[in-house]
Design a protein around this ligand. Structure first.
Ligand SMILES: NC(=O)C1=CN([C@@H]2O[C@H](COP(=O)(O)OP(=O)(O)OC[C@H]3O[C@@H](n4cnc5c(N)ncnc54)[C@H](OP(=O)(O)O)[C@@H]3O)[C@@H](O)[C@H]2O)C=CC1
Ligand SMILES: O=C(O)C(=O)[C@@H](O)[C@H](O)C(=O)CO
Length: 276
């Protein structure tokens, strides 16, 4: 099993260039699926308080036999905890029976609630207290980013946003990069919906790989960090095996051209979407 390459975030933390998404894996089946992901080689596990599977992540690490110190564990503070983010992180640590988290993100900015700056200050406090190594956000627009950076002087290391060929996020990626923020991609294979698109299928044929491998390699080519989810050990394995080929610029551009302004998977524009 080859090791996944790593990259260094703006805060100096080293992170695998591809991680495992865990929503909505829960219960015994969830433990089995997450343990199998660890066994095939994933070393970044993405969870959230709202996935109600943080306990399963720790149990999967135990079952897999992989050292906790070798796994980059990332969770997210939900909207209802914005005013008590540090307490939310302490609760995650208790639920997960861990001494520290590798990364914590604010799950959604929920702008109509108006508390994301306070939430960011809570994450900054938690990092200073040694509860978490790296802090970031999710679904933050450039305006949200500027507001929290200006208020605290602290730049998020990561911004996890919806990104797949139907919604390639060129402007958001550029805004993240200008600020030294790594873009993580949620729903990186578009929940499977874009795998039969012509440029994806053509590149898969040309490189003798699967359409999902093409799309995941496209993320790496653009500099984003994809977090594919699969409950199936064989798809988990192939989704991770994307380091033996690369896409040409023309193939990358043809896949990016699949993007549409209305390409989001569901109505989750972070300028108004609320998830508590
Ligand atoms: N921050 C945020 O707001 C959000 C974060 N996320 C995070 O991103 C992760 C991934 O996003 P998700 O929405 O699950 O979408 P993905 O793009 O990862 O797609 C997952 C779906 O694709 C299927 N699939 C996986 N691999 C393959 C393959 N090789 N070929 C065909 N189908 C495949 C899976 O089925 P099967 O399991 O049967 O293989 C599943 O139905 C989540 O698990 C979560 O961690 C997601 C949404 C929002
Ligand atoms: O998976 C996540 O992180 C989410 O925020 C989900 O709730 C996502 O918004 C979703 O799948 C809703 O259908």
């Amino acid at each position: 099993m080859a090791e996944t390459p790593t990259r260094v975030l703006g805060d100096g933390t080293s992170v695998p260039v591809l991680g495992f998404g865990t929503y909505p894996l829960r219960g015994d089946d969830g433990v089995r699926a997450i343990a199998s992901a660890l066994e095939v080689g994933y070393r970044l596990i993405d969870t959230a308080v709202n996935y109600r599977n943080e306990r399963e992540v720790t149990e999967a690490i135990r079952v897999s036999g992989v050292d906790r110190g070798d796994v980059f564990v990332q969770t997210k503070v939900p909207g209802r905890d914005h005013e008590n983010a540090r307490t939310s992180i302490e609760t995650s640590l208790q639920v997960m029976d861990l001494e520290y988290l590798d990364s914590v993100l604010i799950h959604w900015p929920n702008p109509s609630q108006g508390h994301y700056v306070k939430a960011w200050q809570g994450l900054v406090d938690a990092r200073e207290a040694g509860l978490v190594r790296s802090i970031g956000v999710s679904n933050f627009t450039p305006a949200h980013l500027d507001e929290i950076i200006e208020a605290t002087g602290v730049t998020p290391a990561s911004n996890q946003v919806e990104m797949h060929p139907a919604f390639p996020q060129a402007d958001q990626r550029a805004a993240d990069a200008e600020r030294g923020i790594t873009t993580q991609a949620w729903s990186p294979i578009g929940r499977g919906e874009i795998l039969d698109a012509e440029p994806v299928v053509a590149a898969a044929r040309a490189h003798d790989v699967t359409p999902a491998q093409v799309v995941l390699r496209w993320h790496l080519h653009l500099g984003s960090l994809p977090l594919p989810k699969s409950g199936d050990p064989e798809r988990q394995r192939t989704n991770l095996e994307i380091f033996g080929f690369d896409l040409s610029e023309a193939e990358t551009e043809a896949i990016t051209a699949l993007g549409r302004p209305d390409g989001r998977l569901f109505d989750a524009d972070p300028t108004y979407h609320v998830e508590m």
